[in-house]
Design a protein around this ligand. Structure first.
Ligand code: NI
Length: 158
């Protein structure tokens, strides 16, 4: 297992759409392990593969202290409600702002072995899930607010 380098705001990689995972093999497992370790090392609560430069639809989220959820090829099935809350991102170090997200999400995904599963999340975890799924589509939390747009224009993005 290794700590990988985090891709930061200004890199075109972060704006690319990640491709579905097709092979649930050792390289996926190594990727997920490295993502988890990189996230822990950097004190993050969620990470998408694109943030370590791999354009595949895989994310890891910390559900609780030491408890992690691996989510491959996620599809949002349902959302409910809207709530504003503070967000940050390992790829946008030092910046935080309030973003509106669903209060509840239901997601279909695959685990690291290619087994399908569904899960529900609310409040803070729902926010994390939506933030990470955005990464797979080239979106960043700074895209949603005037404050965020100003920040990204000052930090390497047009
Ligand atoms: Ni992020």
């Amino acid at each position: 297992m290794a700590i990988r380098k985090i891709v930061t705001l200004g890199s075109e990689t972060l704006r690319k759409t990640s491709k579905p995972v097709r092979e649930f093999d050792e390289s996926l497992h190594a990727l997920l392990d490295d993502m988890k370790n990189t996230m822990i090392e950097r004190n993050g609560v969620g990470i998408a593969a694109v943030q370590v430069g791999v354009l595949r639809r895989a994310i890891v989220i910390e559900l609780d202290e030491g408890e992690f959820l691996e989510v491959v090829n996620p599809q949002i099935l349902k959302t409910k409600g809207k709530v504003k809350g503070s967000e940050g991102c390992l790829s946008v170090p030092g910046f935080y702002c309030d973003v509106e997200r669903p209060k509840y999400v239901k997601v279909a995904a695959y685990d690291r072995n290619g087994q399908p599963f569904e899960f529900e999340a609310k409040d803070y975890i729902a926010r994390c899930v939506c933030h990470e799924i955005d990464h797979l589509n080239g979106l960043l939390f700074v895209d949603y607010t005037d404050e965020g747009k100003k920040y990204k224009s000052e930090h390497g993005e047009v």
